[in-house]
Design a protein around this ligand. Sequence first.
Ligand code: OOB
Length: 536
Amino acid sequence: MTAPLLDGALGWPEDLVERYVREGYWRAETLGGLLREWADRHAGATAVVSGDERITYAELDRRADARARGLRALGLVPGDRAVVHLPNTAEFVVTLFGLLRIGVIPVLALPAHRASEIEHFARLADAVAYIGPDVHDGFDHRDLGRAVARAVPSVHHVLVDGEPVAGTTALSDLPDGDAGAFPEVDPAQVALLLVSGGTTGKPKLIPRTHRDYAYNARASAEVCGLRAEDVYLACLPLAHNFPLACPGMLGAFGVGATVVLAPVPSPDVTLALVEAERVTVTAVVPPLLRLWVDLVPAPLPSLRLVQVGGAKCDETLARRVRPALGCAVQQVFGMAEGLLNFTRLDDPDDLVAVCQGRPLCPADEVRVVDRRGADVAPGERGELWTRGPYTIRGYYRAREHDPVAFTPDGFYRTGDLVRRLPTGHLVVEGRVKDVVNRGGENVSASVLEEHLLAHPAIAAAAVVGLPDDDLGEAVCAALVPAAGATVPRGRQLRAFLAERGLARFMYPDRVVVRDVLPLTAVGKIDKRALAEELRS
Ligand code: OOB
């Protein structure tokens, strides 16, 4: 029997529920309730640093209560959904906990999302509210909010952090509301909806429950050795799972650490914050890590750990971290759907450089399977399937898609190609569908990218297929030169690839040189956008 969760999001079967509770992964806790516990334990410690604001745990708790009362006075009730489209500001944190405390489910949209995505989320979730900044990074979110409210009938409120305009309400103008107790929130219920990183089709909504997400953050904090003395820098948007709970902000709060918010993920802003706030731990995507490593003139003395994930960090980059930044690197291979893999702090550097970590939880089940769904031989490459105490069993309102993404026995088909080392660590080798069909030969984009990145003059590489009259698809490599270098092309590039023993049919048919590659909302290389651009 599978217990139904809110609105048809599939839950875990009874025997597993019982097991995850018995083994202590799931506790009777809610995210809103946890903030109260953290505030009791660390009242006077600094919880959040955002611009000039420094907020203690006690103050954060008080402001979350006030926000909860204001939202309740507006008419929001438990089980409602609200699209939260706030950048990394104190208001994000206050609003998130305000919603969680009254059982309203935030849909966490990324700052870079625009009307088409936001409308899609609002419609899919029947959201009652859109909550955004007034203007952020040069973009007016009030216009976006009003357009969404016009297009999606369920959206009755457009709330803004900052200056309101007609048809919107400032968060600071919410009514005080009555002081009555907040409703009981069920730890087994959906706490929030994350958006899928999916590079194909429209993003899906990912229902995470209070108790699975609380475990996610707590266990991640343990793996990173987070302590009250730590200062965690949120470089990436907090709406993303990685900086939110892996261990991110929630993991840091759980140990009484301080969370510093970077308003934008640019290298100048984030590096300045590392120095000014004596940051000890942070999480970045590979393109930002590369900029850091290239830009810092000397190691950063406060930093002890940089987590890198979201996309594959190549070996050369991983090895440059300790000498350049003076700290350890941790590879994190995770997904909003759940499963997290971390290299451990005591893994040897040579292992950390070449793999993407091993599962967080002893109860994580991992299979590496071939095209027919049979387990591959140990060490062979295959698709990663997983289930466990913090991996969803179904998307939100996606009855038709669920049987594609999940097996009948509840494994999530990640679409990621991996190889498992004897130690249990996983090496990510690309996406199942990330192949170019070049005249019938399958060219793995990630394999070719890895060879290209081994060239010292190439800083970043993305391989995509382009329509071709003769071949069906031609192999196109977009290359970013390393600082001060010229990328090899033509005969020179072919000689390099030949020396590495690469099959001839894998050589790029076309090479384009770019200063930058297009990035997704969270800063991964956006191959879909690149392919579209190259096609036109
Ligand atoms: C994280 O989550 P999402 O949901 O934005 O993206 C998940 C997908 C994975 O399925 C995989 O394809 C890719 O992003 N990915 C990696 C990777 N980490 C994620 N591919 C290669 N190497 C890695 N280290 O991206 C995410 C969530 C939590 C923690 C970290 C990342």
